[in-house]
Each structure stands twice: as structure tokens, then as C-alpha cells.
Design a protein around this ligand. Structure first.
Ligand code: FAD
Length: 336
């Protein structure tokens, strides 16, 4: 049997039980991994990319499941809520249609029925050198993400100097969640904290985010809608199963019927972390100049490498195409 698939399995039934167990395991320096839907995790174990001694399933924590929406439209989505549940929720479809559309583009229907929103926010970064079979990986020296001393994408990368690893950030939900000003509720045996999603992800394919080892993502919270219209478009080879080669969320906030006070852009699939910018109309002589600035910021951000089905130059060019198309869909004649 693959070494990655030999592990002890535990399924605590409450956060209190999980907390006691995590405190024990941390004190003993034990090797464990937390699993939600495991749709990202299991392929990694099967490929031998990770081989934890213990898997702790979060599946028994019913308090981490469900969607609550208050009278003002503030949402709390439990981290263990499946993407299928979110995509099918008619309240969310009405309140945040870009979010339900984005999660409906993840993977395939069977995967979405297991995959969770929390797991999607925390999904591992990918690279064509590491997300391969052991046989394929053996053709190269182990890279930093495999515990080695080289990045096959950027040869000058050095241990300890970020970004050490160029594996791509690939979550489909995060760009839209960023434009919705999402906050993350995190819990550990040491207490609870709440952080903005903006800034949570790091510029590195290995040290990907701010979650401590014994911390659990409990919920994703969205403030009351601000009137921002959001569009999400994904570049992928197939309509199903493919991670985003590029994902672009664009948001426009109106100041009156056809003038936009703010333009926001968030990207996935094109760098080590999600790119995210906001431009205020008041800072530009025209709406068209604001749109040009958004395109320029996104193109500057995109350190696109040949680690995907689509060539790097094509993906980079498509950033502008996607931003301008989304702006036309949302803003119509506002840009002329
Ligand atoms: C064929 C295939 C296609 C895919 N296509 C896409 C795609 O198009 N777009 C996309 O975004 N993803 C895609 N995925 C990846 C994955 O299915 C999704 O990102 C999914 O949402 C991950 O959620 P999960 O619950 O299965 O996470 P898991 O696999 O359980 O966990 C993912 C990571 O997050 C950690 N984690 C999960 N939940 C918590 C929590 N509550 N607290 C602390 N840590 C936690 C785990 O320890 C692990 O490191 C694809 C996967 C496959 C196999």
C-alpha cells in the first residue's frame, strides 16, 4: 500500500473534544493532518506528496456546518458547508450570485458534494513539477515543496527567501470572497480570532497562509451587501474538473445609476497568492483610466510561469481580456 495511505484516523464530535486532542498531540509533537471533505488531501496522499501518521476528520463537527443569514444580509457560512450546498442555496444565489456561480465551477458535481468552502479557502497551491506521480517526480531533483533544495521554475530561488516556491494559488472561491470583504473565524485550543481574508494568504507556494498548525477555520463571514456587482470568470481547458489556469473576479460599486465609484479586481491561478486591488474613481480623470489602471496592476502582479496547460504568455494576455470583458458585462457603456 502507498505509505501516504497508512494513517491512524480520528473523528472528534465537538470542537471541545477536538481542542483537547489537538493540545495533546501538539504537546507530544505528533504528526497529524486535519481533513474536511479531503478532496484536495486524498489525491496528495495517494501521490505520496504527504504521509501524515494521523488524519483527524473535522466531519463530526456539526457546529461548523450550515449557512446563517441575518435580517441585514450578513452571512455566516460554516467552514464545513459543502460547495454543492452553497451553490444550491437560493438565499445566497439572490444575495451573492457571483459566489454561488464561482463555487459551481469547482471540480465536478461529485467532488462539490464533498468539498467544503473552508477547504477551498485553504486548498494547497499547485505546480506541474510537484502534483505528479512518484515516478514522474523521480525524474527531477526534489524541489523545495518536496523537501529538496531547488525550485525547478525559478532556479535562483533560495531557502528562506520568499517566495521560495512558485506553486500556484488555485482557489475558485477566494477571489469573489475577497471582493465581498470576507472575514475568517479561526479557532484553536488557545482561543478564537477573526481575521480579514485580504492578507491571509502568503506570497509562497509552501507557507501559504496565516493558519497556525493547531488552528481550525470555523466559518467564513460576509458583511451585509454593499451594492457591489461582481463577476467571476475562469480560464480552464474543460468546463469540469480543471483547476483555474486563471480566475478573474471583478467588482463594481455604483455611486449613482451608471457611474462607478470603485472598481475591484481579484485574481487566482496566476501567482503564489490571490492578487487583489481596489481603484477609486475619484483618483482617475475618467472611468476608462480607472479600468486601464486595474488592467496594469493585474498584469504587473502576474508572474506567470510555464507550469500549466496554457502557455504563460497566453495566460498573462488573458488577464486583460477577462478584466475588460467582465467590465463590459457589468458596466456596459460606463467605460466609453
Ligand atoms: C479532480 C479535482 C479537481 C479540482 N478542481 C478544483 C477547481 O476547479 N477549483 C478549486 O478551487 N479546487 C479544485 N479542487 C480542489 C478541491 O476539491 C477543492 O478546493 C475543495 O474545496 C477542497 O475542500 P475539501 O473540504 O475537500 O478540503 P480538504 O482536502 O479536506 O482540505 C484542504 C486543506 O485545507 C485544510 N483544511 C480544510 N478544512 C479546514 C478547516 N476547517 N480548518 C483547518 N484546516 C482545514 C486541510 O488540512 C488541507 O490542508 C479539485 C480537486 C480535484 C481532486
Amino acid at each position: 500500500m502507498n505509505a501516504g495511505l497508512q494513517f491512524e484516523f480520528e473523528r472528534p464530535q465537538s470542537l471541545a473534544e477536538l481542542g483537547a486532542r489537538l493540545a495533546q498531540l501538539s504537546a507530544a509533537g505528533a504528526d497529524y493532518v486535519l481533513a474536511a471533505g479531503a478532496t484536495d488531501l486524498m489525491p496528495q496522499l495517494k501521490l505520496g506528496l504527504r504521509s501524515p501518521q494521523r488524519m483527524i476528520s473535522l466531519g463530526g463537527l456539526s457546529e461548523l456546518r450550515g449557512i446563517a443569514i441575518d435580517g441585514d444580509g450578513r452571512c455566516r457560512i460554516g467552514a464545513l458547508t459543502s460547495l454543492a450546498t452553497i451553490a444550491a442555496d437560493t438565499r445566497l444565489q439572490a444575495l451573492h450570485p457571483a459566489l454561488t456561480a464561482a463555487v459551481a465551477r469547482v471540480a465536478s458535481a461529485p467532488i462539490r458534494s464533498r468539498a467544503t468552502l473552508g477547504g477551498n479557502v485553504l486548498v494547497d497551491n499547485r505546480c506541474s513539477f510537484i502534483n505528479q506521480s512518484a515516478l514522474n517526480r523521480a525524474a527531477h531533483r526534489p524541489c523545495f515543496k518536496a523537501g529538496g533544495e531547488v525550485c525547478h521554475i525559478v532556479k535562483s530561488a533560495q531557502r528562506g527567501k520568499l517566495p521560495q516556491c512558485q506553486a500556484r494559488f488555485v482557489s475558485d472561491s477566494v477571489p469573489v470572497l475577497l471582493l465581498l470583504d470576507a472575514e475568517l473565524r479561526l479557532w484553536s485550543p488557545r482561543g478564537e480570532r477573526r481575521v480579514a481574508l485580504a492578507g491571509f494568504h502568503h506570497d509562497d507556494g509552501i507557507e501559504r497562509h496565516d493558519l497556525a498548525r493547531d488552528e481550525v477555520l470555523v466559518a467564513i463571514e460576509l458583511p451585509a451587501p454593499t451594492g457591489r456587482r461582481i463577476d467571476y470568470a475562469k480560464l480552464a481547458v474543460r468546463a469540469n474538473l480543471d483547476f483555474p489556469s486563471l480566475g478573474v473576479a471583478l467588482g463594481l460599486r455604483a455611486i449613482d445609476n451608471d457611474a462607478f465609484g470603485e472598481l475591484a479586481v481579484a485574481l487566482t491561478g496566476i501567482g503564489t497568492h490571490p492578487g487583489h486591488w481596489r481603484h477609486r474613481r475619484a483618483d482617475f480623470p475618467s472611468a476608462a483610466a480607472m479600468l486601464d489602471a486595474a488592467v496594469a496592476a493585474a498584469r504587473d502582479f502576474a508572474a506567470s510561469y510555464d507550469q500549466d496547460f496554457f502557455p504563460r504568455d497566453y495566460r498573462k494576455r488573458m488577464i486583460e481580456v477577462f478584466i475588460r470583458r467582465a467590465a463590459a458585462r457589468l458596466g456596459g457603456a460606463a467605460w466609453t
